[in-house]
Design a protein around this ligand. Structure first.
Ligand SMILES: Nc1ncnc2c1ncn2[C@@H]1O[C@H](COP(=O)(O)OP(=O)(O)O)[C@@H](O)[C@H]1O
Ligand SMILES: [Mg+2]
Length: 207
């Protein structure tokens, strides 16, 4: 049996965690086996890499170092978690995956999109999501929502509005090239967005 690989993308504050928790509740109710994975992280090696990436003390981190750390975490997560869970027939839900690298390190930081495309494919051994949800909203609104949320911002969230706008535009550009990416307006109410998520997941699950 082959599972289903679903990824959630969008700038910080776009509603990924909100939608993931709604989908998890429903899968739990229906008894459909699934796992939730947070990228980078999800493995003990990945969590250590995540700490380095989000640490505001690491202000000297070069953009290429950042890229390679994300790819290193990803390689580990794919082999240790995602591939085995898919082979076991589970739904694997990933909070961010390699499209984040294209949007943040490619479009926003300006690293080579060709290099990133190659590294994304290489670090995953060619594994691609079956379906990707992209929650789209203006950077200002995402910022406003983030400020309502508790907790200090991390190194990437502290980048500011212009950076987030580039990330947003990058995601949208990418979505025009990748058929697996479904763009949903994050300006809608959570329930309305979730109805679309559920419908699309049911469609690909065939139930
Ligand atoms: N569709 C929505 N409309 C308005 N506010 C939302 C919506 N979805 C989520 N939020 C709120 O916006 C904030 C950020 O949402 P969150 O799910 O944490 O985003 P992300 O995981 O993408 O950073 C939270 O306070 C959340 O309750
Ligand atoms: Mg979140």
């Amino acid at each position: 049996m082959k599972g289903l690989f679903v990824t959630f993308e969008g700038i910080d504050g776009s509603g990924k965690s909100t939608q993931i928790s709604m989908l998890s509740e429903e899968l739990t109710r229906e008894g459909i086996p699934f796992v939730l994975i947070r990228e980078p992280g999800a493995t003990s090696i990945g969590e250590k890499i995540r700490t380095i990436l989000l640490d505001k003390e690491n202000s000297k981190m070069h953009a290429r170092t950042e890229l390679l750390l994300y790819e290193a975490a990803r390689a580990q997560i794919v082999e240790e978690r995602i591939r085995p869970d898919l082979e076991a027939g589970k739904v694997v839900i990933c909070d961010r995956f390699y499209d984040s690298t294209v949007a943040y390190q490619g479009y926003a930081r300006g690293l080579s999109l060709d290099a990133i495309g190659y590294l994304n494919d290489w670090s995953t051994g060619g594994l691609a999501p079956d379906i990707t949800f992209l929650f789209d909203l203006p950077a200002e609104e995402a910022c406003r929502r983030r400020n309502l949320r508790e907790g200090a911002e991390d190194r990437l969230e502290a980048e500011g509005l212009a950076f987030m706008q580039k990330v947003r535009d990058g995601y949208l550009d990418l979505s025009r090239r990748e058929k697996r990416i479904r763009v949903l307006s994050a300006m809608d109410a959570p329930d309305a967005i979730y109805r679309q998520v559920r419908l699309a997941v049911r469609e690909v699950l065939g139930r």
